[in-house]
Design a protein around this ligand. Structure first.
Ligand code: FAD
Length: 263
């Protein structure tokens, strides 16, 4: 929807393409090359925006590094209804803490449910695949999640997805900036990821406009705005995790009780 809106406003849209080259000869526009299959296209741009999510492809190409603040991952499954659920699944996002992490489950508009078990990368079984039995065991630890999933069967997944709080050390540089998760990725417990991605897009647009009008500080001011918002997020995140006191010997919860921000 957003891509279509951008197209209607005059943007040229290239989907399914990847960035092959970007260079900025001094005082000249960026020279960009994208590849899609065998097709190659070249562009010029005055400012680049990295909106590639957690992988932050462009920022990393330009020298930025990821700062990780924890090791959270999501083990995500999509569930389809097999029989009349009893009781009807909650129509709100359900968050339930268990001994080694927490569950997140929500109804999707097409009638399916998405459920994600959030734990630390080193606390889940090693390897790129998660067994059905492991997932079932974690569901059984969450009585409210199990009740939400009653009558549903796993349709796809589980897949493992990075969900840690992280930001790039460089959020903006000479004629470029990063937005959304590429700049700073929030803990899913906050449910702020999409909102912050949209807000940072709007803020970045203003910063770029100012930059092109001659304000040489505007991109760095934007980077500072992202950093401050992210620091506030870490403080609130820690406060919420510290409220869970039921499993003092659990490695997952102990890390969150004891850990100062930044590892
Ligand atoms: C398990 C889990 C649950 C979550 N739950 C919530 C929630 O309830 N509410 C919420 O608000 N947020 C939630 N989030 C966070 C939310 O998904 C993200 O914060 C949000 O999607 C960030 O948007 P984005 O546009 O910055 O990045 P993304 O949505 O990651 O989009 C990046 C895009 O860039 C593309 N891309 C990547 N590399 C390249 C490349 N080289 N070339 C071209 N394109 C590329 C990708 O294909 C993708 O389309 C959750 C995250 C996780 C992991």
């Amino acid at each position: 929807m957003l891509a279509d809106a951008a197209k209607q406003a005059g943007a040229s849209l290239h989907t399914g393409a990847y960035l092959a080259r970007c260079e900025q000869p001094s005082e000249k526009p960026w020279q960009i090359e994208i590849h899609k299959g065998k097709t190659r296209r070249s562009f010029e741009a005055r400012v680049l925006v990295d909106a590639t999510g957690r992988v932050a492809v462009l920022a990393r190409k330009l020298g930025a590094r990821k700062i990780n603040y924890d090791r959270l991952v999501g083990v995500v499954g999509f569930y389809r209804r097999q029989q009349q659920p009893r009781p009807a699944p909650a129509h709100y996002t359900l968050v339930e803490s268990i001994d080694d992490g927490w569950w997140y489950s929500a109804s999707l508009p097409d009638g399916r449910l998405v459920a994600a078990y959030m734990t630390d990368a080193d606390l889940r079984p090693p390897g790129s695949r998660i067994s059905f039995d492991y997932l079932q065991k974690q569901i059984a630890h969450g009585i409210h999640t199990a009740s939400n999933l009653h009558g549903y069967a796993l349709e796809s997944g589980p897949i493992i997805s990075a969900a840690n709080s992280a930001r790039t050390d460089l959020i903006a540089g000479r004629n470029w900036l990063a937005v959304g998760d590429a700049a700073a990725a929030f803990d899913p417990l906050s449910s702020q990821g999409v909102l912050v991605a949209l807000k940072s897009g709007l803020q970045a647009a203003r910063a770029i406009e100012d930059h092109l009008s001659g304000n040489s500080a505007s991109l760095q001011d934007y980077a500072m705005w992202v950093k401050k918002g992210f620091e506030k997020h870490l403080t609130i995140r820690d406060r919420f995790y510290k409220r869970e006191q039921r499993w003092p010997t659990s490695v997952f919860w102990h890390r969150r009780q004891a850990q100062p921000p930044g590892i």
